[in-house]
Design a protein around this ligand. Structure first.
Ligand code: OGA
Ligand code: MN
Length: 283
């Protein structure tokens, strides 16, 4: 079977067919997947009932895997981040439990790992159990959004740097969601507001819920600009909305896409997803 790529919207998203992720892929296929990811920012693979080990093997065929952080209660330092509303006994976690609130951070637009000194390159999310309705994931192209900015806006933001903070993103959901050790292990990081993606030379905005302020600006003024740019980026024309099917695997490039999970009736239905991440390759 040969790999085929079908574009899903004008600016973001493509479906990939002809690849079986339960077996290791060859270099040529890995190159084709990466090149499609750089072009489309989000790749959808249907019908991939992969184990965690196969998920890790596939991730590593695309580049260096980034382990979860040891303080992350849903990763614990291992390769897989479990995004789920089900506890270790298979019971639903109540929606007002702090574990549910921490995961509710995913419903704010964000780019995974933007609060880290070296952010994450890409994320690979595998659907294990999905609710009958709701729980979609939306992706917005920070690259198309940058491209479409008026020229004077591009000039205005050219040299701006934003601060990104995990604590700031969780504060928008509620207080006491992160313990002290977790907070201490995730200090804020600074990144250019418009960053260049090395593989393509294209520029993309880096906005979302971790972006707390513009360095050197009064906090409120910076927040206003960040909010305006996020509203701009998440206009419908830059968005692909993924409605999950069982065994879907979706990859997104965190440098060119921001994403958010949509709500569902999480007091009634289980939603279980496993995620790996790709590190930004230093070479
Ligand atoms: C993630 C994430 C959203 C979702 O896995 O990084 O933000 O819809 N997920 O599960
Ligand atoms: Mn995320």
């Amino acid at each position: 079977m040969t790999i085929s790529i079908t574009q899903l919207t004008e600016h973001i998203g493509a479906r990939v067919d002809g690849v079986d992720l339960t077996s290791p892929i060859d270099n040529e296929t890995a190159e084709a997947v990466l090149s499609a990811l750089y072009s489309h920012s989000v790749l959808v693979f249907h019908g991939q009932p992969i184990t965690d080990d196969q998920h890790v093997v596939f991730t590593e065929s695309l580049g260096p895997l980034q382990m979860t952080m040891v303080n992350d209660p849903y990763g614990g330092g291992g390769p897989i981040n479990v995004i789920s509303n089900v506890d270790e006994n298979g019971d639903l976690i109540p929606p007002d439990d702090s574990r549910s609130l921490y995961q509710a951070g995913n419903t704010l637009w964000h780019s995974d790992g933007a609060f880290k000194p070296v952010p994450l390159k890409a994320s690979l999310l595998s659907a294990k159990e999905i609710p009958p309705e709701g729980g979609e994931t939306e992706f917005a192209s920070m690259r198309a959004a940058y491209d479409a900015l008026p020229e004077e806006r591009k000039v205005e933001i050219e040299d701006l740097v934003a601060e990104h903070s995990m604590a700031y993103s969780r504060q928008q959901i509620g207080s006491g969601i992160m313990d002290d050790a977790w907070l201490k292990a995730t200090p804020p990081a600074h990144h250019p507001l418009a960053r260049t993606i090395p593989e393509t030379g294209e520029k993309a905005l880096l906005v979302g819920a971790y972006a707390s302020q513009i360095v050197g600006w009064p906090v409120e003024k910076g927040r206003k600009l960040l909010e305006e740019l996020l509203v701009w980026t998440t206009q419908p024309e830059f968005v692909y909305r993924h409605e999950w099917q069982d065994h879907d695997l979706v990859i997104w490039d965190n440098r060119s896409a921001v994403h958010r999970g949509r709500p569902w009736d999480n007091g009634t239905y289980k939603r279980i997803m496993h995620r790996t991440t790709l590190a930004i390759d230093a070479s």
